[in-house]
Ligand binder design. Structure first.
Ligand SMILES: *Cc1c(COP(=O)(O)O)cnc(C)c1O
Length: 431
């Protein structure tokens, strides 16, 4: 498989080069040169396949010869070695629970796959790679866990001081070894700006081989499609294609769903559920991309004004707005509705949604009001325990901390406090 840059100003590369580079030299995103179609027999026999078998079959063409088959099989089995159940909430709405991985958010799947691939690529080289990443919360934990103790890889994570939840902070700062946390006295946007600047700093790049680990990296984006097939394996008996609703920020997760659909996965409709950061819902209405400043919300992992993966979604639909609109809807859900949905679903169905899942749930519920014969599922992207304050606001109590997490919360935080100036990051990287 070859990957081309969507700006078409860079040479095509293979999976290994695309993974190591993160983004194309022309600063655009890599895109697969073709989408392999899965045959009818694949779907007919889905129930008898293991998750690792499904993931291997789906991902093998994208990786090609850059990783040997047995090594790739090991990578995918380790990536998906936790449950991903499709849990019914009502007669028409189910929840695909993507939060049973080590850091309790869906980003574990992409981060685990990417870290193992990058680990395989640097294994036989004497070049050490430094993964530099800014996080608003969940990305940092998943990347830290994925790369923990991977030989040849150092990880530097920037996070905004005081703006991540206690669980999220410990996931970033308590591991040690090759995981380094920088607590920045500023906002997430400051962290992102500092990281971006490092990628253009020739002196830093001469000293450290930098790569990024956000969802524009194909090795984080592509593996996310596998759980759409896992969901379908559990859905199939319903006998009709699902409406799939994805709480969306950077649109990497839903973009992986669109990729699965292009490979043959039966889907009735995609709904990208957004919070007050509604650049894409407004785009689908007006045809104009007019980002505003990001607005802080309860579903903070989706506080993104310029969703970087949306260009990939446009490419799937041939840059044709009418074609896109038919298959792909996007709606905005505000914080008050999010809280009311958490409360109502808990009281009516005894199901505890996190704020991101609640945004998705409300969007799907509204859609089904006008098309009552349809059924669907939401992607529940994080465990509610990661957002205790929002749960408390909605329900008056904090979610119970799972056993496995208690140990983590007691571990020591190790982070270096720096100002929101690029020079401070630069000094750290050069020292
Ligand atoms: C990152 C994240 C999202 C948004 O996913 P995108 O792929 O950026 O659209 C949604 N929910 C949670 C909990 C997240 O961590």
């Amino acid at each position: 498989m070859q990957y081309y840059s969507l700006a078409k100003q860079s040479p095509v590369v293979d999976f290994k080069e695309a993974t190591i580079a993160g983004q194309a030299p022309d600063k655009s995103l890599y895109f697969p040169s073709e989408v392999p179609k899965l045959c009818a027999a694949f779907f007919d026999t889905l129930e008898s396949k293991s998750e690792a078998d499904i993931a291997f079959e789906v991902l093998r063409p994208y990786v090609g010869a850059t990783i040997a088959e047995d090594a790739l099989y090991n990578i995918v089995s380790e990536t998906v070695n936790f449950p991903i159940p499709l849990v019914p909430i009502t007669n028409t709405i189910s929840s695909l629970e993507l939060f049973h991985g080590p850091t309790l958010a869906f980003k574990d799947i992409g981060a685990r796959f990417m870290s193992r691939c990058l680990g395989a690529f640097v294994q036989n080289s004497d070049r050490k790679v430094t993964v530099l990443v800014a996080t608003s919360g969940d990305t940092g934990g998943a990347v830290a866990d994925g790369f923990y103790k991977v030989p040849g890889v150092e990880v530097v994570i920037l996070y905004p001081s005081g703006k991540v939840s206690p669980v999220q902070e410990k996931q970033l700062t308590a591991l040690g070894h090759n995981i380094h946390a920088l607590e920045v006295k500023g906002s997430f946007d400051d962290c992102q700006r500092m990281v971006k600047q490092a990628f253009t700093d020739e002196q830093v790049k001469a000293k450290k081989f930098l790569t990024s680990a956000n969802s524009i990296n194909v090795a984080r984006w592509l593996p996310q499609q596998v759980y759409y097939f896992f969901a379908y394996k559990q859905w199939k008996q319903q006998g009709q294609p699902p409406v799939i609703t994805v709480p969306s920020g950077n649109f990497g997760n839903i973009c992986a769903g669109v990729l699965a659909y292009q490979s043959g996965l039966p889907v009735k409709q995609f709904i990208a559920a957004c919070n007050a950061n509604d650049t894409i819902p407004r785009f689908l209405e007006s045809g104009k991309l007019e980002p505003r400043d990001p607005i802080p919300t309860l579903s903070n992992a989706m506080d993104v004004a310029v969703p970087s993966n949306f260009v990939r979604i446009l490419e799937f639909f041939h840059q044709e707005l009418p074609e896109l609109r038919e298959m792909f809807k996007s709606v905005r859900v505000d914080d008050a509705t999010t809280l009311a949905t958490i409360e109502r679903v808990y009281k009516e169905s005894n199901y505890l949604l996190d704020p991101h899942g609640a945004v998705g749930y409300y969007a799907l519920e509204e859609y089904l009001k006008s098309l009552p014969k349809d059924k669907g599922f939401i992607l529940e992207t994080a465990h509610p325990v990661k957002f205790p304050d929002a749960i408390e606001q909605a329900l008056g109590f904090q979610p119970e901390v799972p056993k496995g997490l208690k140990g983590l919360l007691e571990r020591e935080k190790k982070a270096e406090l720096i100002g929101a100036e690029y020079n401070e990051l630069r000094e750290y990287l050069l020292s």
